[in-house]
Design a protein around this ligand. Sequence first.
Ligand SMILES: *Cc1c(COP(=O)(O)O)cnc(C)c1O
Length: 234
Amino acid sequence: MQSTIAERLADVLERLGKQSLKIHADKEAVKLIAVSKTKPAEQVAEAYQAGQRRFGENYVQEGVEKIQALSHLAHMEWHFIGPLQSNKTRPVAEHFHWVQSVDRLKIAQRLNEQRPEHMPPLNVLLQFNVSQEQSKSGAEDEKALFALAEAVQTMPNLCLRGLMTIPSATDDQQALRQEFEAMQDLFLRLKSQYNQVDTLSMGMSGDWTMAIECGANMVRLGTAIFGERQTRAS
Ligand SMILES: *Cc1c(COP(=O)(O)O)cnc(C)c1O
């Protein structure tokens, strides 16, 4: 594939806009996170020049390095989307605008304590392990999820915005749809309890059209924009 990042981005945005219009009756309803993990800062800058402003990173140190290298670019919005260990929360609280992978109280508490006073509240999505696979992070059951939401809601330096999930890596479209629908149900219930909840983040390069059919209004695409990744150890 010899196409450029700008060409792939334009292609994704066109298809995304159509799907968004079809499902949400609004071309702009679905936000695109360009997942730049393992890709160099130069490629992020290339996507920025093509108009992209929201980026997702999975690894703390790599993400912070890119944020610092690209701090001259205005209106960047950085999303932390990877598994988060409690001893690595500080740099995330200090540099990112959103954290999509909050899955337990301890992480939320630390992010709230470590968010610098001069910065706006950190936007938070709670990650739910909808596939119930042992290997995946995310809150494991509904009760734990709603209890976590209640706790985050009281934290002044965090703003609860919604839910994120990574579904099963399955070819079974029916099973996948059921997981997305279960998330939509949880999201609508959470939204009815908390006014500021407005974001359902699901859908990656292989499954985003179905995710939007099931109500996603934020999708996280890496491969579709930046091309294949080399596998990484952690
Ligand atoms: C890597 C990653 C993505 C992007 O995956 P692609 O299949 O490359 O689009 C999205 N979300 C999370 C949490 C990821 O780790």
